[in-house]
Design a protein around this ligand. Sequence first.
Ligand SMILES: Nc1ncnc2c1ncn2[C@@H]1O[C@H](COP(=O)(O)OP(=O)(O)O)[C@@H](O)[C@H]1O
Ligand SMILES: [Mg+2]
Length: 140
Amino acid sequence: MAELMKLHYEVNGDDFTRAGETSSKVKKTLNQLGFNPEVVRKVAIAMYEGEINMVIHADGGEIDVAIAPEKITVVMKDVGPGIPDLDMAMTEGFSTADHSVRELGFGAGMGLPNMKKYSDGLNIETELGKGTTVTLEFNA
Ligand SMILES: Nc1ncnc2c1ncn2[C@@H]1O[C@H](COP(=O)(O)OP(=O)(O)O)[C@@H](O)[C@H]1O
Ligand SMILES: [Mg+2]
């Protein structure tokens, strides 16, 4: 593969049926490039959670993926409401998702904890009323 592959995606904020499409596409690409299945699985799980968060908490956003032989970086940027208390948000089971979202099967409060668990680096920059940028890093 080339030294560095860059992918860019727009995540639609109001379409639950398409949430997860971007992580599926990246998973497929990483598999085609021959990355270790365990690494691909981690990227897919963590990225899926971030993508769902963009849809249910932030009205969508943009995802940039940089794929290098040794490292995969995923930057997920939204212009949503921001996260008021990051420590709280990182707590297992904590969720602000409302009833209608829970009925669709989202809002278990495990997204951010799992993004930390399945990545080799999680960085969250967030500002109230401005948005949130989540960066995930994976060692390939
Ligand atoms: N991109 C985001 N923008 C605003 N708030 C977010 C975002 N991602 C996560 N949050 C907040 O952090 C909480 C915890 O996120 P998460 O662990 O994924 O649980 P869940 O999505 O099931 O609620 C969410 O309920 C929400 O309040
Ligand atoms: Mg979530």
